[in-house]
Design a protein around this ligand. Structure first.
Ligand SMILES: *Cc1c(COP(=O)(O)O)cnc(C)c1O
Length: 494
């Protein structure tokens, strides 16, 4: 079995095995005609169940053959131009190359003695991102597993900086369109059930800063503590960007930590034409970025950035076996003053909620070294332009009602029949259309609710998608919805 270990004697077997896998995926990518096959859990469960994990196949070719039927044949393919579902992007080749390198070398980014140059590469990308945001000379941060973890860590720092041990007094303000990980974080951080104050949005789905101001005033009047304001730069459903300068001013006035959740909108940091949409982000205390959403990186690749690197100490714990105290003191970057201690070891675990941690930063590194930031930003610009064209299509189409003009690359809309139909029936027609489309595999779209009603959603992150694709998918949806309404009419009449 030693022949399966990756080392000096098996380098040739590694090359053959990985090349074979890459060949198959390449063939798959070249021949996939739709984003999905429409396979159901009932179809696929017995196929996966039939695999006996205690009877190995022995060689990679056989395992790859089997993988075809249990996974590759029916996977959901994000690179396909008619995948318009969730916030998943097609990935850029330099990043996939980085992924192959990082898992073969298998560095762990918790300590210098498990990564060496990997630690410096991650730090340089953190500095690069903080520089693009404009967080100033003391900024720091760390790569995380995703936006959920980044938001949790940012709110942990905010809680520790709030200066009270009475957790029942702490309040977090975020818009009604903010990500549910804000609520989840509040629970994990031991705050009360009513800790998150949901601030209403305006017609463009941006937080109403006038209401935020009133809520902050009420919080103060009740003797409660405004722990944090979470501004969303790119809401998951609408891509709307909260008014960052107004929120920054209120955060300063009320002494609240300002966190910007730019999990989706972070792609604007590289955009050659739209960076101004993030104006005000430079005043944040912390920022979440998901490179795996708008930087075209494979899952996972995310980071949390902070204005004052010293606040990351709230995530610091010491273990004698890993990052013992004297060594950690030597690595402290607090205040930006380099320590004079001889043993100045940069251990990223001191800044992270994780211990063993993937070298995800390498993917972004390879991307920037091959394509440059403009290259990535132009891709994101293309999908934002596409969303604008899609909006015009929807706005001009009497079959559809579209909610809001896009700031980024999502469109929320619903099919509305010509003949008068009950709102509940329209909801069902839209739900049916989404399900039927998914079952056909011809395209994948998402769904959401607006004011309690069922809507559909395109998340456009593929520059290969064209306005013609959008028009074709709208025709497919209308067809499914009309068929549903026709059938229910027949049903009602008989
Ligand atoms: C996707 C998203 C998150 C969560 O990020 P994950 O990487 O899925 O954990 C948080 N906030 C916003 C605004 C998001 O769109």
């Amino acid at each position: 079995m030693r022949s399966h270990l990756l080392n000096d004697t098996t380098a040739e077997s590694y090359r053959r095995s990985v090349t074979e896998g890459v060949e198959r995926v390449a063939r798959k990518l070249a021949t996939t005609r739709s984003p999905f096959t429409g396979v159901t859990p009932a179809d696929l469960t017995p196929v996966v169940d039939a695999v006996d994990l205690d009877r190995p196949l022995g060689d990679a070719s056989a395992a790859l053959d089997e993988l075809e039927s249990v996974y590759l044949r029916d996977a959901v393919y994000f690179h396909h131009p008619r995948y318009l579902g969730h916030l998943n992007c097609p990935v850029v080749i330099p990043a996939v190359l980085g992924e192959a390198v990082l898992s073969a070398v298998n560095s762990s980014l918790d300590t210098w003695d498990q990564s060496a140059g990997g630690t410096l590469i991650e730090r340089k990308l953190i500095d690069w991102t903080a520089g693009r945001i404009g967080l100033g000379p003391l900024a720091d941060g760390v790569f995380t597993s995703g936006g959920t973890q980044s938001n949790l860590q940012a709110l942990l720092l905010a809680r520790e900086e709030a200066g009270t041990t009475d957790l029942t007094k702490l309040r977090i303000f975020s818009s009604e369109c903010s990500h549910f990980s804000v609520q989840k974080s509040a629970r994990l951080l031991g705050l009360g059930r009513d800790a998150v104050v949901s601030v209403p949005v305006d017609r463009t789905k941006r937080m109403q800063s006038v209401v935020l101001a009133a809520e902050l005033e009420a919080c103060r009047a009740e003797g409660l503590i405004p722990m944090a304001i979470v501004a969303t730069a790119g809401t998951t459903d609408f891509g709307s960007i909260d008014p960052l300068p107004e929120i920054a001013a209120l955060a300063a006035e009320y002494g609240a930590w300002m966190h910007v959740d730019a999990a989706y909108g972070c792609g604007l940091l590289a955009s050659p034409t739209r960076r101004h949409l993030l104006d005000g982000i430079e005043r944040a205390d912390s920022v979440t970025v998901d490179y795996h959403k708008s930087f075209f990186q494979p899952v996972s690749s995310s980071a949390v950035l902070v204005r004052d690197g010293a606040t990351l100490r709230h995530a610091t714990y010491h273990a004698d076996y890993l990052n013992p105290l004297p060594q950690a003191l030597g690595s402290a970057r607090a205040g930006g003053t380099p320590s004079t201690l001889a043993e100045q070891i940069p251990n990223q675990v001191d800044k992270s909620l994780q211990t063993t941690r993937r070298f995800d930063a390498l993917k972004l590194w390879m991307t920037l070294r091959v394509m440059g930031a403009d290259g990535v930003g132009e891709l994101f610009d293309e999908v934002c332009d596409l969303a604008r064209e899609g909006f015009e299509l929807l706005a001009a189409d009497p079959r559809y009602d579209v909610v809001v003009e896009p700031q980024l690359s999502t469109l929320v809309y619903r099919y509305v029949p010509e003949a008068a139909t009950s709102p509940a029936e329209i909801d069902r027609a839209n739900l049916h259309a989404r399900k039927a489309l998914f079952a056909s595999g011809e395209a994948v779209v998402a769904g959401t609710k607006v004011d309690g009603r069922q809507y559909l959603k395109f998340t456009l992150l593929n520059p290969e998608t064209t306005p013609a694709d959008i028009a074709a998918v709208l025709d497919l949806i209308a067809g499914h919805a009309e068929q549903y309404l026709g059938e229910t009419l027949v049903h009602a009449a008989s």
